[in-house]
Design a protein around this ligand. Structure first.
Ligand code: KIV
Ligand code: ZN
Length: 520
């Protein structure tokens, strides 16, 4: 509810674990979701949308565990308008201190006619019934008209009024397909404020997708028009081109508080940590020039800029790196660095490790330090990304690999895999060493998954640099991304491929019902 004494306070609703996870290939493990939820809670997110409980057993378990874990934020579960969805969300949210049910239904002519195949009157009835039903479980109910920005205004007003009368306490206006523009985004909020009875008693939220690159601008415009909750994700993760990025909306309101005079409860010094955590968990690298959290966001390359910076940082810097939790150094470690130094450095990078985990990472760190003279922050991040793949519990593991390559083909690979605890060896040829290694995996573990993307990045400079490899695979519409890092590119590639296969095996076990696929 909008607090009149707090007119400038904007609530941050993070949907990384729900809308973000719907992004093709961005699946996270249960433990990764808990770690992200914990970070979001600690950094001051007001509402964490933890998942879509009816979508799968995995989603239900994650929402349940996050409800138990989170101390400050409200925990939200998504549901369509059916009572079955709402009951499942309520059940998952039971342990939450502050449970919120978020129920939605499409309201645009296109969605009602083709997707729902319902007439507008039936949609109005469903809104009243679903919100009323959700209120039986909690007094914190959010309602969203899906494809809200393409909904006829008269019908949108009627739908919102119905939801408020039925007991919704937050009305969220989604730009589901990323179609709106800032002036229109603001206009819709103003229109609702003018026309809908009871609107001043609820919080208005904005949920913008980035298909035209305007999600952040649209969200901020909605706030200027009266919205007081922004739905966003870390690194802008989300369906298709993603959602409004949390770090961007928060820093925009902070840096330009003169013209965007709003406050959030976010501790901005935790932003980099959250960004790295989400990138590591999903295997989605952050683009180098991404605002706020990109590798180059605070880097000054040109001589003119460097000269200006030396004279006064404000010449080319509108915010300080430390405001978003970026430390100055990229401290180098080497093979003589000890466990305590590694723990401290990883802590600075946002990874708090238990003793057992540290032991494993330390072994890998030493192996790397034997092969590579200097270890940079980026090497440690690659190492953590690799360790996050939970190899110990993986059904398929790479044991040994030998490749023969060079100017005389065909290139060949001899590979030993451990599959469900049993070692099996074989060899294959291919068009290059990576192709040969992938063919060897396929020979030992036959499957029909299709390779959609194969990407290699050198983590640092020099010929001894680690390569991080991302492999995206698709099977029956399910997409996963595998990752690995190694100073040997073929080893990293084979491990990344096997990592993707392991994720597919997990996805096979946790298949979502067909009917849920169109939720955005
Ligand atoms: O984009 C969208 O419409 C959504 C709703 C479920 C809120 O994510
Ligand atoms: Zn969405």
């Amino acid at each position: 509810m909008t607090d009149t004494a707090n007119q400038d306070r904007v609530l941050i609703f993070d949907t990384t674990l729900r809308d973000g996870e719907q992004s093709p290939g961005a699946t996270m493990t249960h433990d990764e979701k808990l770690e992200i939820a914990q970070t979001l809670d600690e950094m001051g997110v007001d509402i964490i949308e933890a998942g879509f409980p009816i979508a799968s057993e995995g989603d239900f378990a994650a929402v349940r565990a996050i409800s138990e874990l989170v101390k400050n934020a409200a925990v939200c579960g998504l549901s369509r308008s059916s009572f079955k969805d709402i009951d499942r969300a309520a059940e998952a949210l039971k342990p939450a201190r502050r449970p919120r049910i978020h129920t939605f239904i499409s309201t645009s002519p296109l969605h009602m006619k083709y997707k729902l195949q319902m007439d507008p009157e039936a949609v109005i009835e469903a809104i009243a019934a679903s919100v009323g039903h959700a209120r039986k479980f909690t007094d914190d109910v959010q309602w969203s008209p899906e494809d809200g920005t393409r909904t006829e205004h008269d019908f949108l007003c009627r739908a919102v009024e119905t939801a408020i009368k039925a007991g919704a306490t937050t009305i969220n206006i989604p730009d589901t397909v990323g179609y709106t523009a800032p002036n229109e985004s603001a206009e819709i909020i103003r229109m609702l404020k003018e026309r809908v009875p009871g609107i001043d008693e609820v919080t208005i939220a904005t949920h913008c997708h980035n298909d035209l690159g305007m999600a952040v601008a649209n969200a901020l415009a909605a706030v200027e028009a009266g919205a007081r909750q922004i739905e966003c994700t870390i690194n802008g993760l989300g369906e298709r081109a993603g959602n409004a990025a949390l770090e961007e909306v928060v820093m925009a309101m902070r840096v330009r508080n003169d013209i965007l005079p709003y406050r959030t409860g976010i501790d901005t010094t935790r932003i980099m940590q959250a960004s790295r955590l989400v990138s590591t968990a999903t295997g989605f690298p952050v683009q180098y020039n991404k605002a706020i959290v990109g590798k180059n966001a605070f880097a000054h390359e040109s001589g003119i800029h460097q000269d200006g910076m030396l004279k006064h940082a404000g010449t080319y810097e509108i915010m300080r790196p430390e405001d978003v939790g970026l430390s100055e150094t990229s401290l180098v470690m080497g093979k003589h660095s000890g466990r305590a130094a590694l723990r401290a450095k990883l802590g600075e990078l946002g990874f708090e490790l238990g003793d057992n985990q540290l032991k494993d990472v330390f072994v890998r760190f030493k192996e790397l330090a034997d092969r590579k003279k200097e270890i940079f922050e980026d090497d440690l991040l690659a190492l953590m990304r690799d360790t996050a793949s939970d190899a110990e519990h993986d059904r398929i593991q790479v044991k040994r690999l030998r490749v023969i390559c060079g100017t005389e083909g065909p290139q060949s690979a001899e590979l030993t895999l451990e599959i469900d605890g049993r070692e099996t060896a074989g060899e294959a040829t291919g068009d290059g060493p990576v192709d040969a290694a992938f063919n060897a995996v396929k020979a030992l573990f036959p499957h029909h998954a299709r390779l959609q993307l194969y990407q290699v990045h050198a983590v640092t400079e020099g010929t001894d640099a680690q390569a991080t490899v991302s492999v995206r695979m698709e099977e029956n519409g399910k997409i996963v991304t595998g990752q690995s890092a190694d100073t040997d590119t073929v080893v990293a590639s084979t491990r990344a491929y096997v990592n993707a296969l392991n994720k597919l095996l997990v996805r096979r076990e946790k298949s979502a019902p067909e009917s849920l696929k169109d939720v955005s």
